[in-house]
Design a binder for this molecule. Structure first.
Ligand SMILES: C[S@@+](CC[C@H](N)C(=O)[O-])C[C@H]1O[C@@H](n2cnc3c(N)ncnc32)[C@H](O)[C@@H]1O
Length: 220
């Protein structure tokens, strides 16, 4: 997110006129689509393959969740690359624009949009192949709450994601932790709750800023 120096705020940056501004921004579209392509690449990362022995990437088309899909830039890239996609966003202004674009441009793409909170997803256990989330997962915790409250929230959500994703399903999260402590909270919420994996950063010495977590559900 180098071009915009101002950090987006949730929900103000994504409502009303801001939702329209977001959707019209060519810079944002390029940025989200480029990151979505990188997430697809990370989904097949060979190091993730080695995280656990019996790893088999099942046959396409995978059912993919896009958490915090916004106005659909990332979901569109997933669908163009052969995935069946369910884009989830909590804000009606964002998801409404995603749905409008789908109606206008649909060329047999397989995208559904669902308005929902990442923390309370309406999906059955073992129903999703893989999950990605781009520039959204950091919003699931309220920065003003205590570490304890953040841990409870992150743990609950990681456990819920673990339940809905199929065995050996992968989860690629791109997000923006505020500092090292927050980064560790995010990481451990997954590794303590049935996922294994690792982190990628453009600059490994930088503890905040753009972070990718590459995770895989491990069989209990
Ligand atoms: C940077 S934007 C969207 C990025 C999206 N990947 C794209 O391609 O446009 C982040 C989105 O996360 C959504 N969001 C924030 N908290 C959320 C939550 N708890 N559940 C679902 N969506 C959430 C916001 O509404 C916003 O649309």
């Amino acid at each position: 997110m180098s071009r915009k120096t101002k950090k987006p705020k949730f929900p103000e940056s994504y409502q009303g006129d801001k939702a329209e501004e977001y959707n019209q921004s060519r810079w944002m579209e390029r940025n989200q689509k480029r990151t979505a392509l990188l997430c697809i690449q990370y989904l097949y990362d060979e190091h993730l393959d080695n995280v656990y022995h019996h790893d088999i990437l099942r046959d396409l088309p995978y059912l993919m969740l896009d958490l915090g899909c916004g106005t659909g830039f990332s979901s569109e890239i997933l669908a163009e690359n052969g995935f069946r996609v369910i884009g989830v966003d909590i804000l009606k202004d964002m998801i409404y624009k995603a749905k409008q674009k789908k109606i206008r441009y649909e060329k047999d793409t397989h995208i559904e949009y669902v308005q929902s909170d990442i923390n309370y997803l309406p999906f059955k256990d073992d129903s999703i192949d893989h999950i990605i989330s781009i520039s959204a997962y950091n919003f699931i915790i309220d920065p003003t709450t205590t570490s304890k409250e953040k841990i409870i929230r992150l743990t609950q959500t990681a456990q819920d994601l673990n339940a809905i994703i199929k065995d050996h399903g992968r989860l690629v999260l791109e997000f923006y932790p505020n500092d090292e402590q927050e980064l560790n909270l995010f990481k451990s919420s997954f590794t303590n709750n049935g996922f294994d994996g690792f982190m990628i950063k453009q600059n490994p010495n930088q503890k905040s800023g753009q972070t990718f977590l590459l995770l895989k559900k491990i069989k209990e």
